[in-house]
Design a protein around this ligand. Structure first.
Ligand code: ATP
Ligand code: MG
Length: 378
């Protein structure tokens, strides 16, 4: 796709509006409140690209607090700052120009640049320009998430049905093998009945794990996400006292929410345990790192429902990354990339988080894996 700015003349009336005598701070607050309700990322910058206003969606995209961005140059957040600078220059020369181009945003603390569609146009305020961003992958991702949510629901029903069907005859098989063993005089044949009993027990515990989230009552209380993180952190550090550091990067302003604390601890624990296991080699060299990062996200869509506010909990590690062959099926039951894994940890984590109307997603490459738990707050 071309990265050259494309100019066009809009068919909208861009004549300056009459300015009303409203005290500027009140007017600013009102403008911010309106901008914050937009799902699109919008910033108002001056002709030297210094940010005057920024809405919540833009703040989320940059991953930086508005306080740090206002007054600074917006161009510094783009991998090719000259594209934005050119577009702003174009509006300076011709107030009716609207420039559209594709660019890459470099959000703070992220290794990946984010491809965005940028629209630059003049505003009614003198010498200011409006910059709108549309993340290019957002639409595609939203469609994919909706499909995955439907698929996860269908999977859950299938698993529950299958688990019940397997569970019922298991007791009978085990009991019959025990009776048979008692009747067998030839002790050498006991090895065979033991195999049946052992395998029946293994299947029983697998089925119990599969049914666990559906059996346990959902105990709802006030949950502080940081208490959840701290519990998991304490267990991790006790289990892996050497070579692993577990960092915290908390946004302590995240409010408490109604939820099942034990379920959420289990979900975060399953994710963090996977990370700790994947970090085996780095632990041995004292270089393993897991980070718990919490943030507030605004205007989030999950499973076709739009939420005003959500919490984001990232469990990040510097391990080798999720094996490519299982990346697309990571949350499916019985999908495992390690010896001895049952492949249920992430399925259960996803189920627990979904019971909070939330969602888990994963981005992973060698050296950087990020499991993001999203839970709506309002
Ligand atoms: N942080 C991570 N880094 C690398 N690989 C990971 C990470 N998290 C998960 N994986 C991969 O995803 C697979 C599936 O994880 P999941 O927790 O569902 O099952 P499991 O760990 O294999 O078994 P268990 O049921 O005991 O948890 C893991 O086997 C591992 O290969
Ligand atoms: Mg696991």
């Amino acid at each position: 796709m071309s990265k050259r700015p494309i100019k066009s003349n809009p068919c909208v009336d861009t004549a300056p509006s009459t300015q009303r005598a409203v005290p500027s701070s009140v007017a600013d607050d009102a403008i911010h409140a309106v901008l914050d309700t937009l799902a699109t990322s919008v910033a108002v910058v001056d002709l030297r690209s210094r940010v005057k206003r920024l809405n919540a969606a833009f703040e989320d995209l940059l991953g930086v607090s508005r306080r740090l961005v206002v007054g600074a140059k917006l161009t510094s957040h783009f991998t090719e700052p000259e594209l934005l600078a050119q577009a702003i220059d174009a509006t300076r020369e011709d107030a009716f120009t609207v420039t559209r181009f594709e660019a890459s945003l470099q959000p703070d603390h992220q290794t990946h640049a984010l491809p965005v569609h940028v629209i630059v146009s003049r505003t009614d305020e003198p010498d200011t320009v409006m910059v709108e961003l549309l993340p290019l992958d957002k639409q595609l991702r939203q469609e994919r998430e909706e499909r995955l949510v439907d698929q996860a629901l269908a999977n859950k029903e299938l698993i529950r049905g299958l688990a019940h069907e397997i569970k019922n005859p298991l007791g009978g098989i085990r009991g019959a093998a025990q009776l048979l063993q008692m009747e067998l005089e030839n002790k050498a044949l006991h090895d065979y009945t033991q195999v049946i009993i052992h395998e029946a027990d293994r299947l029983q515990s697998l089925v119990d794990r599969l049914l666990a989230p559906h059996r346990k009552p959902h105990v709802v209380g006030d949950v502080n996400i940081h208490e959840v993180c701290e519990r998991v952190r304490a267990v991790l550090l006790a289990e892996y006292p050497k070579g692993l550091s577990v960092q915290r990067d908390y946004d302590l302003s995240i409010p408490e929410f109604r939820g099942d604390k034990e379920q959420l601890i289990q979900a975060v624990m399953n994710i963090a345990q996977n990370a700790a296991l994947a970090l085996g080699d780095l632990r041995a060299r004292g270089k393993a790192n897991i980070t718990f990062k919490t943030r507030v996200a605004r205007q989030i869509t999950m499973g076709k429902v739009r939420y005003r506010l959500a919490l984001e909990l990232h469990v990040m590690d510097n391990g080798p990354g999720v094996p490519a062959v299982i990346k697309d099926r990571l949350f499916y039951p019985l999908v495992s990339g390690r010896d001895g894994g049952t492949g249920l940890g992430l399925t259960l984590a996803q189920t627990f988080v979904q019971q909070h109307q939330g969602w888990i997603e994963c981005e992973s490459e060698p050296g950087s894996t990020d499991f993001k738990i999203l839970i709506p707050l309002s």
